[in-house]
Write a protein that binds this ligand. Structure first.
Ligand code: ADP
Ligand code: MG
Length: 319
């Protein structure tokens, strides 16, 4: 028998048990119900992925399910929130059981890892478009915003930069180096939930790097009405990305390529020691990459020479 909208929901999405005390009512009614503890705030975000815009049409559905959830959880991580629940709006040209099995497998792999409940959604026909809305909790007043970085604060980054960008270059035909790690990072980014929960106590501002470090740090600078200078030698790069830069001279790539989903955050100098010893103790990978300054704009110190950058990298027409 052909699958209908309702059997798709039943077969692929509604079988899992809820894992959070906040979930009072999940899939199956007109709306879901959540209990929000009095001392917390609800943190809400949405991201959509459209075929041929955000992912290749021939891409693997399992990675797509994983990544769709990962990019939303990354936004919660950047606010210091603990994810509790998500909704999923699926628009598909036709019902393809094999595709749905793989998509749901990738999606629930990540959902179960972070105890996120799928509490509802919508299923419609049309061009392949995938939307998740993610809901999280943060202790009242503790959310990490973009607008609260101050001159003198230190800028930190989790993980390394440019791996997903290199993975994309590999898919587009650049294959001069080994890019295994880069492809994994492109297809299976790790939302930095745990580190987000820890830095909530130390950071003054935070953003997740989805559109490239320069663009995203630029959002913090603009919202906070400050500038920054980055130190090129402190920018964390994987071996694969270093090899790529050596071969091409393209050092802009790790600063401007998107999809890394690392966290970039600022910290008061008084908090530096406490932050670093806590993060070391927990085994997190992080780097101090520069400092917030009074002078607006973004600068890069590369071997003692300071250049002005814009969101696309080196700024040719800086005043
Ligand atoms: P309504 O017509 O009242 O909007 P639907 O028939 O669209 O309800 O959906 C029935 C139930 O299934 C609702 O609880 C809805 O949230 C859930 N649902 C629909 N599509 C999905 C999906 N893709 N993933 C998870 N839950 C879904
Ligand atoms: Mg509906």
């Amino acid at each position: 028998m052909a699958l209908t909208e309702f059997s798709v929901i039943k077969q692929y999405f509604s079988k899992r048990r809820s894992s959070n005390p906040e979930t009072k009512l999940g899939i199956g009614d007109d709306c879901a119900l959540l209990n929000i503890p009095d001392d917390h705030e609800l943190v809400v975000t949405t991201d959509t992925m459209v075929e041929a815009v955000h992912f290749f049409s021939n891409g693997d559905a399992e990675s797509l399910g994983y990544k769709l959830l990962a990019v939303n959880l990354s936004d919660l991580a950047s606010m210091g929130a603990r994810p509790i629940a998500v909704t999923l709006a699926l628009t598909m040209p036709k019902i393809n059981p094999e595709w749905l099995t793989d998509f749901a497998s990738g999606f629930f792999q990540l959902a179960e890892r972070y105890s996120v409940d799928l509490i509802g959604g919508d299923t419609t026909s049309g061009p392949l478009t995938l939307t998740v809305q993610a809901l999280g909790l943060v202790p009242r007043g503790m959310a990490l915003c973009r607008s609260t970085a101050k001159p003198g604060h230190l800028i930190y980054l989790t993980g390394n930069l440019g791996s997903a960008g290199l993975g994309l270059k590999a898919l587009q035909g650049y294959q001069k180096t080994q890019v295994t790690e880069a492809l994994l990072k492109l297809h299976r980014p790790e939302p930095r939930i745990e580190i987000g929960l820890v830095i909530q106590n130390y950071a003054s501002a935070c953003i997740d790097v989805s559109d490239g470090l320069l663009a995203d740090l630029g959002h913090i600078l603009e919202s906070s009405q400050v500038g920054a200078c980055l130190d090129w030698k402190k920018i964390p790069l994987s071996k694969e990305v270093r090899a790529y830069i050596e071969q091409t001279g393209d050092w802009n790539m790790p600063l401007t390529a998107g999809d890394d989903y690392e966290l970039c955050f600022s910290v008061e100098p008084e908090q530096q020691q406490a932050l670093e010893s806590t993060l070391y103790g927990l085994g997190f990978d992080f780097s101090h990459i520069g400092n917030i300054e009074v002078e607006p704009g973004l600068r890069l110190n590369k071997a003692g020479i300071v250049t002005h950058l814009n969101s696309k990298g080196f700024e040719h027409f800086s005043e």
